[in-house]
Design a protein around this ligand. Structure first.
Ligand code: UT7
Length: 328
């Protein structure tokens, strides 16, 4: 029996309306627009309304992806939500989303791999479908990072935004779809990017809250060095597993953390900027949502044609990384 080819049947995205600009951040912390733009490339990011939580953002992206795929929610067999900002500890955001969508047949779970979570989710979904266990899997990257960002910390508050992207995976014609996945982790670097408070190691108390341990802590410089190293190497490994040359890449969809990190990946892959999706100027870093939102925008803008070779690559807390080669 021939192996099933698995690919993307539909994409969708949702970002909240409220924009937080660099100029507004100038009023909140000791920073300035020029520093943020030159050091990160970010100009503004979106912030969820108070009544919105991650599952609400995920729902909006999911209904668009289902519509694009031409299937209904009751045809879903599995929902995977990649997020570090679940609505609550449990039930999972994937279960909350299953209920909102009315996807009664679908199993559901969350996946925690920070900014690499969407690529980890795609790899899981592809495995389930290839195995013959499921036909249609919804993979969502969704984040309300504004809820875990310390707006008194200029190292982190300038970077993060809220949003959600979703895809429906299913069988595609032979030769198309996902060609390779390279996933990796290095737990030794976990302390470079984390939230310590509120878990079983350091349960929430008045003290943990007043010490601001419920917010993201980051060693930006070391994460930057790791990112520059791993973005290129993960993409190269995924290419070689797929038997595809760098010169065959039609579009790179990288994690949107910092324009300088993206530029170094482009250099390593010998690609010009026109072969890369960049939207971090408008959205900042949306962690697990960055790659699927960029992918959905690439599709909306007509930048992806049948047969194109796409490379998705990301890195994040854990530390984790992931890359995938996809024939559209
Ligand atoms: O999804 C993964 C999430 N995390 C990341 O991707 C983060 C990766 N790291 C980065 O993107 C960069 O390291 C940052 C954007 C966070 C920082 O840029 P950098 O070029 O590494 O700056 P730096 O931390 O080396 O700081 C340079 C200077 C320092 O001042 P001194 O010590 O040279 O006087 C900082 O205090 O810039 C200062 N600085 C700022 N100045 C104005 C740091 N943050 C700010 C700020 N505004 N927001």
């Amino acid at each position: 029996m021939n192996e099933i080819s698995v690919g993307i049947l539909g994409t969708g995205k949702y970002v909240p309306e409220r924009r937080l600009t660099n100029h507004e951040l100038e009023q909140m912390v000791e920073t300035n627009d020029e520093w943020i733009v030159t050091r990160t490339g970010i100009r503004e990011r979106r912030i969820a309304a108070m009544e919105q939580a991650t599952s609400d953002l995920a729902y909006e992206a999911s209904i668009r992806a289902l519509d694009a795929a031409g299937i209904t929610a009751d045809q879903l067999d599995l929902i995977i939500v990649a997020t570090i900002t679940p609505d609550m500890f449990f039930p999972s955001t994937a279960c909350l989303l299953q209920e909102k969508l009315g996807a009664k047949k679908a199993a559901a779970f969350d996946l925690s791999a920070a900014c690499s979570g969407f690529i980890y989710g795609l790899a899981n979904a592809t495995g389930f479908i290839k195995m013959g266990m499921y036909r249609h899997v919804l993979v969502v990257g969704a984040e309300c990072l504004s809820r875990i960002t310390d707006y008194t910390d200029r190292n982190t508050s300038i970077l993060f935004g809220d949003g959600s992207g979703a895809v429906v995976l299913g069988e595609v014609p032979s030769g198309r779809g996902f060609q390779s996945f390279k996933l990796g982790a290095d737990g030794a670097g976990g302390e470079l990017l984390r939230i310590c408070g509120g878990g079983s190691r350091l349960p929430s108390t008045e003290q943990t809250v007043s010490d601001r341990r419920h917010y993201i802590e980051m060693n930006g410089r070391d994460v930057f060095k790791f990112a520059v190293r791993v973005m290129g190497s993960a993409a190269e490994e995924a290419l070689s597993m797929a038997g595809i040359e760098k010169s065959d890449i039609d579009l790179l969809i990288p994690h949107q953390a910092n324009i300088r990190i993206i530029q170094s990946a482009l250099e390593r892959l010998n690609l010009s900027e026109d072969k890369c999706m960049i939207n971090l100027d408008r959205y900042g870093n949306m962690s697990a949502a960055s790659i699927p939102v960029a992918l959905a925008e690439a599709v909306e803008e007509g930048r992806v044609k049948e047969g194109d070779h796409l490379v998705l690559v990301g890195f994040g807390g854990g530390l984790t990384w992931g890359a995938s080669v996809l024939v559209w």
